[in-house]
Design a protein around this ligand. Structure first.
Ligand code: ATP
Ligand code: MG
Length: 331
């Protein structure tokens, strides 16, 4: 079978984040730390997925402000526009072109089964079509760049599985164009909501999330108020404590080891764990917050970065879409 992807420009890594609110610890430790790290080894592209967010942010001013703010958050966390392509999804309309081609290969049942769809109102008559189709557009986001590595949190693994299904179906039906993709998760792939440890921390539920630009006092307060177990059943670490321990591990391994020793000898006081975690999070977030303040003074430079990012992204996306169009019989 002819390999149509041969010689096409590509990136190794592609990942995205929605401009639906501020960056929280789940985004940071579940995905972004990996993004920053992967820049040292691979050609990466990172995308603020505003088409996706259109389904949940109906206010134009808010969407625009969120998009700018998430870009600045990513720069503050260490995404380096000199090494990686940083761009806004809607600046590259090829995403929608490939999306529709993929939508015609995807079945309603496959989308209706997705956990995220169910969690975001899938059982309601009024649920937006965009919420249902989210994973189809996500498949286009990734495959448009020929990326084989996709650093995401655990909540996105099911969508990645569907991306694989879609690309295999395309290759089989129309000819080989899309390489296999692989998810890359961090050591803490699922950070839980501090108020509701049965759910993941999420931008859509700000009550249980710690945001990277929360004031230090707020960070400590939120951690202090995190739900824990009663401490009665010491057989196994409960999800809520495991969550706090995971966050501590992501910030400072020495402190984590101290707390783990205390836990193992049944001497861990949850109050002490919370104080330690509050302190370590503040330490960890300090340079990010400082960098964010600097980027906020350089809005013109940020606009330039996004302009260049979109140009580079388009130059990779366009040739692959052209071939996809030919293979399915368009144009
Ligand atoms: P929304 O509530 O609008 O869906 P979100 O908080 O889920 O927002 P996304 O923009 O959907 O954030 O996801 C961006 C990245 O962050 C994805 O790779 C996702 O897997 C990861 N991520 C989101 N929440 C968590 C979490 N609680 N733990 C680990 N990773 C997460
Ligand atoms: Mg999400």
């Amino acid at each position: 079978m002819t390999n149509h992807s041969k010689n096409l420009p590509k990136t190794d890594v592609l990942s995205g984040i929605q401009p639906t609110g501020n960056l929280h610890l789940g985004n940071l430790f579940g995905a972004i730390t990996n993004w920053v790290d992967l820049q040292n080894r691979y050609k990466c592209a990172f995308c603020v997925v505003d088409y996706h967010a259109l389904t949940t942010v109906p206010d134009a001013q808010e969407l625009k402000a969120n998009t700018e703010s998430i870009v600045i958050d990513l720069l503050a966390c260490g995404i380096d526009p000199n090494r990686s392509i940083l761009f806004v999804q809607s600046d590259v309309p090829e995403h929608l072109e490939l999306y529709w081609i993929f939508a015609s290969l995807t079945r309603y049942g496959e989308l209706a089964r997705m956990t995220q769809f169910k969690e975001k109102g899938g059982n309601r008559e009024t649920v937006g079509l965009g919420v249902l189709n989210y994973p189809v557009l996500q498949a286009a986001d990734i495959l448009l760049y020929g990326a084989s590595k996709v650093p995401v949190g655990e909540d996105q693994l099911q969508h990645l599985e569907l991306t694989r299904e879609i690309l295999r179906r395309f290759n089989k039906t129309h000819g080989f164009l899309f390489e296999e993709v692989q998810a890359l998760t961090t050591k803490v792939p699922r950070i839980l909501d501090l108020k509701n440890p049965s759910a993941k921390m999420s931008k859509s539920h700000p009550e249980g999330a710690v945001f990277i630009d929360d004031e230090e006092g707020i960070v400590r307060k939120k951690v202090k108020k995190a739900v824990t177990d009663t401490g009665d059943d010491q057989q196994e670490m409960s999800p809520s404590i495991e969550n706090l321990m995971g966050l501590l591990h992501a910030c400072n391994q020495d402190q984590y080891n101290l707390m783990l020793d205390a836990y193992n000898s049944q001497n861990l006081r949850y109050g002490d764990l919370k104080v330690s975690l509050g302190n370590e999070l503040c330490e960890y977030l300090k340079p990010i917050r400082e960098s964010k303040n600097e980027w906020l003074q350089k809005k013109e430079e940020v606009r330039e970065i996004l302009f260049e990012g979109a140009k580079k992204a388009s130059s990779i996306a366009r040739p692959r879409v052209e071939i996809a169009r030919k293979l399915v019989g368009l144009g």
